[in-house]
Design a protein around this ligand. Structure first.
Ligand code: HEC
Length: 124
């Protein structure tokens, strides 16, 4: 666990340090649309085909409450990818519904790109 937490801290730091750097929106968009939208929906409003099948149901992330979380805890998107606070929730929902995603080795750039892409759709 300490390793995971320092990885998170490191990623959050890199993310902040490079906030001004060019963000590859297409990479973030691809990763989000292929690995997250199935539950979260293309617009992150909790409208994906498996949204109602996860337990708890996949939340709408375009709410004022979540936007406030994003501002208060800028690493929240990255942390939900790395730390998997809900343990087996995502793999289990995918398994139960017969969806197979190829394993993905997340790079810091990927995390940054998904973060930027999600913030861009949630901010609208
Ligand atoms: C199997 C469905 C599923 C998939 C796939 C999925 N999520 Fe989620 N996600 C959820 C559910 C359900 C919650 C709410 C968990 C809760 O309330 O405890 C959630 C919560 C979140 C949150 C909010 C965390 C918070 O602290 O409020 C973020 C950000 C998030 N997911 C990002 C992602 C990203 C990025 C991906 C793709 C890499 C992804 N999710 C893939 C189901 C999914």
């Amino acid at each position: 666990m300490p390793t995971k937490i320092s990885l998170l801290a490191l990623s959050a730091m890199l993310l902040l340090l490079s906030a001004a750097a060019y963000a590859d929106i297409s990479n973030g968009k691809n990763l989000y649309q292929s690995r997250c939208a199935i539950c979260h929906g293309a617009q992150a409003n909790g409208s994906g085909p498996l949204a109602a099948k996860s337990s708890p149901p996949t939340p709408d992330l375009t709410t004022a409450a979540f936007k406030k979380r994003l501002t208060d805890y800028p690493g929240v998107i990255v942390s939900s990818i790395i730390l998997r606070p809900n343990g087996d929730l995502i793999p289990k929902t995918l398994r139960d519904n017969g969806i197979k995603l190829a394993p993905h080795h997340w790079t810091v750039q990927d995390l940054r790109d998904v973060n930027d892409y999600m913030r861009s759709i949630i901010g609208k």
